[in-house]
Design a protein around this ligand. Structure first.
Ligand SMILES: [Zn+2]
Length: 183
């Protein structure tokens, strides 16, 4: 009698222990193999869908997201979790790629936005053209102010300001790209 009680204790212990084992994939690191597999899945999706759908799904951006998530996954638990979520999401998308609904596109965009905002906030990544948008508006306002103050002519100041903004942002964008910081 006592013996069978012991057994049931062991069984329940093992059951509990097993559930922790099942959870441990989250603590293992993401291999480059799973990165390549996911990139291949995205490329296949790209190949099999028409251009309009591929653009709507932002598949090129998806590939960059996969690479960034994996490169940060060793140090960032959130990136690791997002990689696993994204993997599942892409595989689901691939399964029903010929019957995608508006709801699917919406959900896909939300997923991308959620992950992008983590990468931008936590890992200091920038979206392509990020500096252009910032320095264009700085250049424009500076051009107007300088045009009024120095040249007494907005028509001269404005193109100078915009030109400077474009030049500065182009060099910053190129620099960020070189450092692999562009999402
Ligand atoms: Zn992260």
């Amino acid at each position: 009698m006592l013996h069978s009680n012991d057994d049931s204790y062991i069984v329940s212990f093992l059951k509990e222990y097993k559930s922790t084992i099942v959870c441990t994939p989250f603590s293992l690191s993401i291999t480059s193999q799973s990165e390549h597999k996911l990139i291949a899945a995205l490329e296949e999706l790209q190949k099999n869908s028409d251009e309009q759908v591929a653009t709507k799904l932002e598949l090129d951006k998806c590939k960059r997201i996969v690479q960034k998530l994996r490169s940060h996954s060793d140090d960032c638990a959130v990136c690791k979790q997002y990689f696993i979520e994204f993997e599942e999401h892409i595989l689901q998308l691939k399964e029903k790629q010929h019957s995608l609904t508006e709801e699917d596109f919406k959900q896909h965009k939300q997923t991308i936005d959620k992950i992008s905002s983590h990468l931008i906030k936590q890992h200091k990544l920038v979206t392509s053209g990020y500096y252009l948008s910032i320095y264009m508006s700085i250049g424009t306002s500076l051009g107007i102010v300088l045009g009024l103050l120095i040249f007494d002519n907005i028509g001269i100041g404005l193109p100078l300001g915009i030109g400077a903004g474009v030049a500065i942002s182009a060099s910053l964008d190129a620099d960020a790209k070189k450092k692999g910081l562009v999402l």
